[in-house]
Design a protein around this ligand. Structure first.
Ligand code: M6R
Length: 608
């Protein structure tokens, strides 16, 4: 999705804006631009393609000035092009705007503005904003932005500059992320914290419909009624290095290797041997929990796959029925919700539009909502009743790995918490599960040692056009995630099937040489899975098996095998996904793909 950076201070804005935008590249984009005020006039530079193109242009024709806004655009309305890139300006170039989100009533606004004599150059929804601000401008930029926003429907994070009000930036957000960075005599706006971390660790987290005015003297926040707001400073404690590659080839590989730590961090102070599970951020009472008769787990993409594992583990431990829904489907299917329904939304970014809409739908019907998210202060964290943060640290690669791993940890913690409070497990059973779970970081570390064999298998198979992932029970949930990862970063078509489902149709696709990755970690399903593998090998499939140490008998059936260190198979998803992530990664590298920024994908999908 789009990225926004704004700067006001004493230094040259151009380099600061470009550097800030580079920290937002993970959000996905297809063009970039800046607008800077110099000597009471606004200079705009923008172009299609990578940020490097913009940097090149700025080298050839530098823009001076200490106040500016910058943008990386991920096309929604209008193709990626120089003209459709942001910033967008009014007709005489005296007002410039960057925008993230979608103005849903832009056609109506465009017609209305056209009837007033305004002319449009681009195909974007955004271009209505500078014209609206122009229409309402009467010497006070904040006032004009407030009136313009009053006309707009949809989602937006906006930064505005105006050469008649040359010493300020005005910004506002609704349903799109924006933070304010507070430096020493310099101030920033940005879509995400990494964009300002080289300059400050103190930020304000903006809420929906809050306006900000940044001047060289400071920052003021206002309600839509223009009342000033007092906001506590949020001090960022994580390191700027956490958002850099740290010696790895790609962010994705780095993030795969960070998983043992991410698992540990997410369990820390929540799971302790001999102590009750501590979830300070979840306020649901034992009585409320007793009354819950149904749980919806709602999410998109990888987070949805974590939800499927969540269903297995919550139902198994707490005996509460769980339905898992894709967020974009949930909101339109008139789901049965009442005050005894609990919703758990899972979202790495906490800004996914469909997930947020599902959360709102559930709340409107009186359900209680727990958010599992990785981003402090994100929209889902603020709108949910309870929050369980996953402490994965910033995830930069578009393909989610460590965030998924910590989402799984969160689902297991929630399942244990419910079981403890509902007393569906004995103290001994609970204690055994907690002890086993605390072993996960070191077991995950061991899984990373399998790299060479996976790399070899990837080198043998990367030219294939189709691959299949098979599993039963928890393994099936992980197979879905393995298949998504492969598609996302290597562009190889792949499908995940429940082992027993194969013979009901998909087996027709198996032919000599077809690549199949088969997971067999569930003891009670092991023999059945071996039979499913035989069904494909007899038809010529080339199979990579993933199972626990001690199951070496699998070698009689598969072509290669990866062994996971032994743990209670109930926790196997946290380990078995690691070889699948590495497999996708090495296949994509062999194919020469841009692993961290796969084509057509955005890290944070803030439009429907
Ligand atoms: O930020 P979210 O967890 O809400 O994002 C949900 C999906 O868009 C995300 O998991 C997507 O599927 C990733 N590209 C997966 O690698």
């Amino acid at each position: 999705m789009c990225g926004i950076v704004g700067y006001i201070g004493k230094r040259q804005a151009s380099a600061i804006l470009v550097e800030g935008l580079s920290k937002l590249e993970y959000r996905g984009y297809d063009s970039a631009g800046v607008a800077i005020i110099d000597n009471n006039s606004i200079d705009v530079m923008k172009c299609k393609g990578r940020l490097a193109n913009l940097e090149e242009k700025l080298k050839e024709t530098p823009i001076e000035g200490t106040i500016g806004i910058g943008h990386t655009r991920w096309a929604t309305h209008g193709e990626p092009s120089d003209l459709n890139s942001h910033p967008h300006s009014n007709e005489d170039g005296t007002i410039s705007v960057v925008h993230n989100g979608i103005i849903e009533n832009y056609i109506h606004l465009r017609e209305w503005l056209t009837s007033k004599g305004y002319k449009f150059k681009s195909e974007t929804d955004t271009e209505v904003i500078p014209h609206l601000v122009d229409y309402f401008y009467n010497g006070d930029l904040l006032d004009a932005v407030m009136k313009a926003v009053g006309k707009m429907e949809g989602s937006y994070a906006i930064g505005v500059i105006c050469n008649s009000d040359p010493d300020k930036i005005v910004a506002v957000r609704k349903d799109s992320p924006m933070i304010v960075g507070l430096g020493e005599n310099e101030f920033f706006i940005a879509s995400d914290i990494p964009a300002v971390l080289n300059h400050t660790r103190d930020v304000y987290l903006l809420n929906d419909k809050e306006f900000v005015v940044l001047t060289k003297d400071g920052v003021k926040l206002f309600t839509e009624e223009k009342e000033e707001i007092r906001r506590d400073i949020y001090h960022v404690t994580w390191n700027a290095d956490a958002a850099e590659k740290g010696g790895y080839e790609d962010f994705m590989l780095k993030e795969i290797h960070e998983q043992p730590k991410a698992i540990k961090d997410t369990m820390t102070s929540r799971i302790m041997p001999g102590k009750p599970i501590t979830l300070d951020e979840i306020k649901i009472t034992r009585e409320e929990l007793e009354n819950i008769n149904k749980i919806y787990v709602v999410a998109c993409g990888t987070a949805y796959h974590a939800g499927i594992v969540g269903k297995y583990v919550i139902e198994k431990l707490s005996r509460i029925p769980v339905e898992v829904d894709i967020a974009s489907e949930f909101r339109y299917r008139n789901p049965i919700i009442d005050k005894n329904t609990l919703m758990i939304v899972i979202s790495q970014s906490g800004e996914t539009a469909d997930t947020l809409a599902a959360l709102r739908e559930a709340k409107n019907h009186g359900a209680r909502v727990i958010a599992v998210t990785n981003v402090v202060g994100s929209s889902v964290s603020r709108e949910a009743d309870d929050v369980l943060y996953t402490w994965a640290g910033p995830e930069i690669a578009v393909a989610s790995t460590k965030a998924y791993e910590t989402q799984l940890v969160a689902m297991y913690i929630i399942a244990l918490f419910f079981a403890e409070n509902k007393k569906t497990l004995s103290k001994e059973e609970l204690e055994d599960l907690k002890k086993e779970m605390l072993l996960l970081p070191e077991k995950a570390e061991e899984c990373l040692k399998n790299k060479e064999i996976i790399q070899r298998y990837a080198a043998q198979t990367y030219t294939h056009k189709d691959m299949f992932f098979l599993g039963r029970g928890l393994d099936y949930a992980v197979a879905m995630e393995g298949s998504l990862k492969l598609k996302e970063i290597s562009y190889i078509h792949s499908e995940a099937y429940a082992g027993g489902e194969l013979k009901h149709g998909p087996i027709a696709l198996i032919e000599k040489g077809t690549v199949v990755v088969a997971l067999a970690t569930q003891d009670e399903l092991f023999e059945k899975m071996v039979s499913n593998v035989k069904e494909v090998t007899t038809r010529g499939a080339h199979v990579l098996g993933v199972t626990f140490e001690g199951n070496e008998s699998i070698e009689k059936t598969v072509d290669s095998a990866i062994y996971l260190p032994r743990i209670n198979p109930f926790f196997s998803p946290l380990l078995s996904v690691i070889p699948l992530q590495l497999f996708s990664y090495y296949v994509a590298v062999q194919k020469g793909c841009d692993v961290d920024k796969p084509r057509n994908l955005a890290k944070s999908v803030t439009v429907e």
